[in-house]
Design a protein around this ligand. Structure first.
Ligand SMILES: [Zn+2]
Ligand SMILES: [Zn+2]
Length: 404
């Protein structure tokens, strides 16, 4: 395994002693991946371990498979939330690791197995020491990868059940070196909407196009025209990515279909940009379809809001990370990521921060997030647990007169 970078923590020895166990838990979760809202085995293991660690309250069944464990410290204080995601992706693993996915077509390619295992390790150490004032809610959410498990947990009363003052997220980041952290202030992960547009016309024999109304040609023009929205409508000083990733027409070389369907995503950071993009896509679809003698049926769905880290908590997280790995290993400046993240639903309810934890190491081929050869770097586990514990120490310090 990759060497673990040096880090400074008063819990260093306890973390190091637990590293092997957490790695085993992570690899077990990796071998049995479950996708959104179906994390039954995973959630069962999480709840069972939390109870075994002596966590005070274990709430299950929030957003179907979500689990929240609450650990109380040795004295009174506020509650904070630490969040991990549990779901895998619907894709086939190609890497050749001993703990390779045993479930065809499912894979932990985003490292949520690592996030879950690290938060479990954190739970164990917190429950053992109770060395903090207040309480910590360990939030294990389902369905981050498109299903909006974070949204459903909030809708099902996450913060009524666990009234956190602040909420904190962490994601492994293979694009940054192991031992580094990146807590951005402001836009961090993009908002994402989905759209499907059905172009309706008149199918016909491919050899006699004049007898029908060509839906594929109209849809092809629409795909091209949609690219004018980020290029010509959105200000060059703002950000939007709009892509058509699905295109469905006929199933035969010789049949022109009644209907061609395209689908894709809009990614943005500002609500005004999103509203502009939606309006332009609707207008282009309607106008282009009509120009070709077709009709457009548009299904535009708002999905994840952008994750915008509030500046004060970003600076706080940066200070915590610096205490762990040193000032030169904490990056406050970085391009935001155009992928989405439903931790945004929690950040919209409570202040907090979503931090990237670097995992790249020269002797570890981790691949990229969502790639079929992605491989979580287990050497990052102590740093993840170290960050969570440093956050608890800093946010919920035990009163120095409160000696036990
Ligand atoms: Zn992902
Ligand atoms: Zn992820």
């Amino acid at each position: 395994m990759t060497d673990i970078p040096a880090f400074s923590s008063r819990h260093h020895n306890r973390i190091a002693a637990l590293h092997g166990d957490v790695t085993e838990w992570r690899r077990d979760l990796h071998a049995y991946p479950e996708t959104g809202f179906e994390e039954v085995r995973t959630a069962g293991i999480v709840a069972e371990k939390l109870r075994a660690f002596g966590v005070d309250e274990v709430l299950t069944g929030i957003a179907t498979t979500g689990v929240v464990g609450i650990v109380r410290g040795r004295s009174e204080g506020p509650m904070i939330g630490l969040r991990a995601d549990m779901d895998a992706l619907p894709m086939q693993e190609v890497g050749d690791v001993p703990y390779k996915s045993t479930v065809p077509g499912k894979m932990h390619a985003c490292g949520h197995d690592g996030h879950t295992a690290m938060l479990l390790g954190t739970a164990k150490l917190l429950a053992e020491s109770r060395d903090f004032a207040g309480s910590v809610a360990l939030i294990f959410q389902p369905a981050e990868e498109g299903g909006g498990g974070g949204r459903v947990m909030v809708e099902e009363g996450l913060f009524e059940k666990a009234n956190c003052e602040t909420v904190w997220g962490l994601h492994n980041w293979p694009d940054l070196p192991l031992g580094t952290f990146c807590p951005l202030a402001g836009p961090t992960m993009a908002g994402i909407d989905y759209f499907d547009i059905a172009v309706l016309g008149q199918g016909t024999h491919a050899g006699m196009p004049h007898d029908g109304v060509d839906t594929v040609l109209a849809a092809a023009h629409l795909v091209t025209a949609i690219q004018s929205v980020p290029g010509r409508n959105v200000s060059p000083h703002k950000t939007a990515t709009i892509g058509v990733s699905m295109f469905r027409g006929s199933d035969a070389y010789v049949v022109m279909p009644d209907e061609a369907v395209i689908g894709g995503s809009v990614r943005y950071f500002e609500p005004g940009v999103r509203d502009l993009a939606e309006a332009r896509i609707r207008s282009l679809a309607t106008g282009i379809a009509e120009g070709f003698g077709c009709e457009a049926v548009i299904d535009y769905r708002k999905n994840y809001p952008p994750a915008i880290n509030p500046p004060a908590e970003a600076e706080f997280a940066a200070g915590v990370a610096e205490s762990l790995v040193g000032a030169d290993k904490v990056f406050r400046e970085h391009d935001p990521c155009m992928a989405g993240e439903d931790f945004s639903f929690m950040l919209n309810e409570r202040p907090g921060n979503y931090i990237w934890m670097g995992t790249a190491a020269p002797d570890h081929a981790s691949g990229k997030l969502h790639y079929p050869d992605y491989n979580f770097n287990d050497a990052s586990i102590p740093l993840g647990i170290g960050y969570w514990l440093a956050l608890v120490d800093t946010l919920l310090p035990v009163n120095r007169y409160d000696v036990t």
